[in-house]
Design a protein around this ligand. Structure first.
Ligand code: NDP
Length: 333
């Protein structure tokens, strides 16, 4: 990142490529690890790290220093007994070819390398855990319930929809193009899907798909969409507030006017952060690995080749350019 940006959409030119040298050994006395980065994850929360803020829940980037984020890497040298040379890890790393990771506390060792390694940026990484925690822990779903997911074809949404279908729910998703709507219906098995950009009246569109109301809304978008959902919720419905991507680049957040529905319909609206749920990672793998092996879960990635393509890939999240989970391939092995 060149410098902090205030409000508005980030641009490719807010990021620059720099060349510098790094030793491929962990310095003496360090308990960090030296890794070769393989896959990097582009995630919407990274927008908030481009702005300096006292209240941010994750630290802002340091201008002039490599951007940090989730990724998959191979350990080349280790100063800690937790990891050894050759191990594969996922977690926080740098947007660079090689990184010295001094804080290894948040890294997970990859125990199942037979699954495509890039999946650990999505399906088997942070977005997968977000879908799992948000759906099963926060939304407390029951078989047969009516579930609505916004930004449904993305990293998190595509998985929430499939978890909900596997549980026997009726599932509708919205996304921003015809291609994405087709994917929701034909690849991810949603019962229905619609292009929210083609709907003049979002509340009326939701009424069409949920004549009896929505039990669970998995919120990825916020703003007008949330307002339209509130009036379509059923009594005792739950809203798992995962993200509000429509608001991240606005000067002023959009007003939400229908909050009295929360009282009248006795809704439970609960925000959550995936970081609080990582203790469930082994349980999550126990559920999802068999689903992958049995072909019960489909997963779609959008891969950008090379570190140079990372800035465009990242900002593309805010215009919906990505079709599926956005990954950057730095190296394949
Ligand atoms: P996605 O892979 O879904 O990519 C973002 C998508 O959001 C875009 O492709 C686009 O799809 C949609 N979008 C962008 N701008 C708008 C807009 N103005 N209005 C409506 N939709 C828009 O991202 P993720 O699956 O990684 O993340 C989904 C949400 O989950 C985000 O809000 C993110 O911040 C949140 N999140 C929260 C976590 C937590 O711990 N609470 C952890 C991880 C993610 P389309 O073409 O359909 O518009």
């Amino acid at each position: 990142l060149k410098d902090y940006i205030k409000k508005g959409y980030p641009k490719e030119s807010d990021m620059v490529k720099q060349v510098s040298k790094i030793s491929l050994n962990v310095p003496d006395g360090s308990n960090g690890i030296l890794v070769k980065n393989l896959y990097l994850s582009c995630d919407p929360y990274m927008r908030s790290r481009m702005t300096k803020s006292e209240s941010g829940y994750v630290e802002a980037f340091t201008p002039g220093q490599p951007i940090t984020g989730y990724g998959v890497a191979r350990v080349l040298d280790s100063g800690t007994p937790k990891f050894k040379k050759g191990d594969l890890v996922w977690g926080f790393t740098g947007w660079e070819e090689y990184s010295l990771i001094t804080n290894t506390g948040s890294l997970f060792k990859i125990e199942h390398p037979e699954v495509p390694l890039s999946y650990y940026t999505g399906l088997l990484g942070m977005p997968g855990m977000t879908a799992y925690a948000g759906f099963y822990e926060v939304a407390t779903p029951k078989k047969g319930e009516y579930v609505y997911i916004s930004a449904a074809s993305g990293a998190v949404g595509q998985l929430v929809g499939q978890f909900a279908k596997l549980l026997g729910c009726y599932v509708v998703g919205s996304a921003g193009s015809k291609e994405k709507v087709d994917l929701l219906k034909n690849k991810f098995g949603f019962d229905e899907a619609f292009n929210y950009k083609e709907e003049e009246d979002l509340a009326a569109a939701l009424k069409r798909y949920f004549p009896d109301g929505i039990d669970i809304y998995f919120e990825n978008v916020g703003g007008k969409m949330l307002d339209a959902v509130l009036v379509n919720m059923r009594s005792h419905g739950r809203i798992a507030v995962c993200g509000m991507i429509s608001q991240y680049n606005l000067e002023k957040p959009e007003g939400v006017y229908n909050l009295t529905s929360v009282i009248m319909k006795q809704l439970r609206v609960q925000g959550f952060l995936v970081f609080e749920y990582y203790h469930l990672y082994p349980k999550f793998l126990e559920l999802v690995l068999p689903y992958i092996k049995e072909g019960k879960i489909n997963y779609l990635e959008d891969t950008a080749e090379g570190l140079e393509s990372a800035p465009a890939a990242l900002i593309g999240l805010f215009s919906g350019r990505n079709v599926g989970k956005q990954v950057v391939v730095v190296a394949r092995e």
